[in-house]
Design a binder for this molecule. Sequence first.
Ligand SMILES: [Zn+2]
Length: 251
Amino acid sequence: MSDGLNDHEDFIRISRFPSCDMFEVTEDLIFAYPSSEFVGNAASIANELEREMDYLKNITGLNPREELGSKVVVGYRRPEEGGAGRKGNWSGDDGNRVFLSWGYLEDFDKDEPMDICSHELVHPFFFVSPLHEINEFWGEGFCDFLRGPLKNFMGLEGNEWWRKKVKEARDNKQDRGGNAAGQLVIRACEWFGVVNEMDQFVDNQAAITEFVSCLFDRYAHLPMSEEFRPTKWITEKERRHSKGPFRDSSA
Ligand SMILES: [Zn+2]
């Protein structure tokens, strides 16, 4: 067993990140990287990613580390190992882990991997939230909704992000998360009566926390598709999935 990791964390780190020989550990997270290719300060990146985790723990009141039995393992994976493609991805089935694209090692970007993790690190929180059981396919929307405040918290472009998502919702864009995220932003702004003050609202941690808690209460037993407009992707996934009941949009 490696220092500071439990057996499950060690298993995820070694089996999912075969090319990462080094790692940093924080309270909720393990940052794994290949010493031969990585440029930068791994300890400071791990601490920045931990700040994202702390923010999400505060906003959601949840602790995925306790629920999933492991810290989230964030690390780089080569394309030939079944890497993350262009950006990153999280998978609970495969262990509580985030694959980062190997491309980030080749093209240094000072905002990465914090920026991509402002989406991916929301996934474990959604997974252990009351929303997940019957609103699994709204997860991308929830992640992209929280990504706005989280980006701002990290000194990235959260306002611009929210504006883009709202536009995607108004245009009824059929991607996975943008439209759904935009609808959540619009609902939150309406709820607090700040439709014209979105730029200030994105930084209002207390209000975002309250809104998230309302979502957890309301949609723990109610499909979000009852009250929000699902994209084609969500509709299709819901119809095929056994968890239902969901409305049939072709009806
Ligand atoms: Zn996602």
